[in-house]
Each structure stands twice: as C-alpha cells, then as structure tokens.
Design a protein around this ligand. Structure first.
Ligand SMILES: Cc1cc2nc3c(=O)[nH]c(=O)nc-3n(C[C@H](O)[C@H](O)[C@H](O)COP(=O)(O)O)c2cc1C
Length: 307
C-alpha cells in the first residue's frame, strides 16, 4: 500500500482549504493501492525550529526537540512524514503566503534536508484564499519549499473561494496524479534527484528556481559584476583559507555560468550556476557557521548540496 498524507495547516477547522484538500485526497484514494490520511497540524504539538543544529551534528540527522516533530525521530508527526509515499501541503492564504502553522511544519522538516529521506518524494500543494487573493503567490511559496526539500513536484493548485466548484474537480485530478506518483514511490522506490536534475525540473514549476538564484547571487542587480561571491573576494570578507578556496572556485563557476548565459546555452548555464551556488553555500558554511555550531561529534556532511 502507498500512503498519501494530506497536511492541513489551518487554525480554522471548517474552512475552504479543508474542502479542497479532501477532494484531493479522494482523488489520491481513487488510485488502487493508495491509502490516505488527513493530518490537521492543529492536532499536533510542535513549535518553531530553535536553530540548535543538533540535526546536522549527528549522522542520523534527527531533531531532539521534545514534541511531535522531534524526539530524535520518534515524534508522532515526524514518523508519519517519514513513512509516507506522498504529501499534499494544503494551506490557507495568510498575508500572501502559507499560514504560520504550515510554515512551522515545513521549518521543522529541516533535518530531512540533511538526511535526504524526502528527496524525490512526490508532493502536491494547495493554497486557498477567499478575500483579496494572492493564492498564486502563496502556492509559489509552497512550491519553493518543495524545491528546498528536493521533493518531486507533481503539481500545485492555487484556489480562490469564488471558484471553489471548479477547484474541487481540479483537486481531485491533482490528487489522482499524486496518488499515482505515490504508488510508484512505494513500488519502484524513491530516487533522489541530483541537484542539476532538480533545477531543471523546477524550471517550469510555479516557483522557477533559476531567476531567483541569479537575483540572490547578484544582490538583486542581475549583473554578475555585483555578485555576492566576487564582492566578498575583492573586499576580503572571508578569512578562513578553506572558505577562501571554495569562494575562488565559486567565482570561477559563476563566471562560466555568465558565459553560457550570454550565448543562450541555458542548460550549461544552469549546470554552472548550480555548482557556483553549492560552492558559495559551502564557503559561507565554513566561514560563518561551522566553527560556531559544530562542536562534537563532527557532522557527516558539511552541506547537503552536492558540488
Ligand atoms: C491572518 C490572516 C491573513 C489573511 N491574508 C489573506 C491574504 O493575503 N489574501 C487573501 O485573499 N485572504 C487572506 N486571508 C483570508 C483567508 O484567505 C481566508 O480566511 C480563507 O478562507 C482561508 O482559508 P480557510 O477558509 O480554509 O480558512 C487572511 C486571513 C487571515 C486570518
């Protein structure tokens, strides 16, 4: 049997979001061999991540907080996520984005970024608004989180309550697609994507990884002369030898990225952007975090992103 968890982040038990989520779970259950469970986050006890970094200091990469998302992987909710073959993240739109409950839940999935167990797990997202809107933007945020967790994005549904009837049909179909993907996950096993595959996969998803990384690495200018990497080198912001070497390699990769982008070779450009980003992340880890956070025992890996 494949298991699909429909995760509802909402303090309102009988709102529009739960209706859409139930329709999606109906769709998932229509696939033979798939069972579903609606998980209302309000029924579980967990709070925000405390940045203790215990999860990256141990080889198991588990959270030690004494609640349903912690207890070294024995938390009730944690175990349900771990045992699932597919997730549906459904949230009301609050302040243009997912609500605080959903955000807190996703934040507490951070240890999975390191353990990698969610990599390749199918996921679908639902964002429901009934006022001004912004369901598209909220759904994009959910998609961005799915990217960060390296999950396989099956699809997303931004919904406004004015169009609820259509949305219920769309949700059923989305659920069916997720159910099929979850069944495949249970039967054929999960294959974590490489970083490059993940970047290519998310090019046509609601959250398009490529422009956001360029924007971030160029400090919002989209001009490689202003890259975070190059400025850090020229201004001597990094002091540790290992970090400086990583930074130098990141700069080389970013230069290659710029070249391929200028001649319109998107695939090669992405390949080098992925490397530049991983090297930059690794360099910042070495310079600003590692010594402060990792006392003992040493972490298995310094950063989850491959180089
Ligand atoms: C704190 C808060 C912030 C909200 N922000 C937005 C918003 O940005 N856009 C919008 O259309 N509706 C917003 N709403 C309204 C919700 O989208 C609306 O209550 C919706 O029905 C939530 O889903 P639900 O029916 O499942 O509770 C907000 C509601 C709350 C309580």
């Amino acid at each position: 049997m494949a298991r699909v968890l429909g995760v509802l982040g909402n303090c309102r038990r009988d709102g529009y979001t739960v209706k859409v989520l139930k329709a999606a779970l109906d769709g998932a259950r229509s696939v033979q061999g798939v069972e579903t469970e609606l998980v209302h986050l309000l029924d579980y006890t967990f709070g925000p991540c405390t940045s203790c970094y215990h999860c990256i200091r141990t080889a198991e990469h588990r959270c030690i907080l004494p609640d349903d998302m912690g207890r070294n992987g024995k938390g009730t909710l944690w175990r349900m996520v771990e045992a699932a073959n597919g997730l549906i993240l459904a949230s009301p739109v609050h302040f243009w984005t997912a609500d605080a409950l959903m955000h807190t839940f996703v934040e507490r999935l951070y240890p999975f970024v390191w353990s990698g167990e969610l990599k390749g797990m199918p996921v679908a997202t639902i964002a429901v608004a009934s006022n001004q809107g912004f369901q598209i933007i909220a759904n994009r945020m959910l998609c961005q989180w799915a990217f960060t967790l390296a999950m396989r994005y099956v699809g997303g549904l931004p919904v406004h309550a004015a169009y609820l009837e259509e949305a219920l049909l769309d949700a059923k179909y989305l659920g069916l697609k997720l159910g099929e993907a979850a069944l495949n996950d249970a039967r054929a096993g999960r294959r974590p994507p490489t970083d490059l595959e993940r970047w290519l996969e998310y090019q046509d998803k609601p959250w398009k990884v490529y422009p956001h990384y360029i924007e971030n690495l160029t400090m919002g200018t989209f001009n490689s002369d202003f890259s975070l990497i190059r400025r850090a080198i020229s201004q001597g912001r990094f002091k540790k030898t290992e970090a400086i070497e990583l930074l130098r390699r990141a700069d080389e990769e970013f230069e290659r990225f710029t070249h391929y982008q200028s001649i319109g070779n998107r695939e090669r450009a992405i390949e080098h952007l992925v490397k530049a980003s991983a090297l930059w992340t690794h360099a910042t880890w070495k310079e600003f975090l590692e010594e402060k956070l990792i006392k003992a025992p040493p972490p298995k890996a310094y950063h989850p992103i491959e180089e």
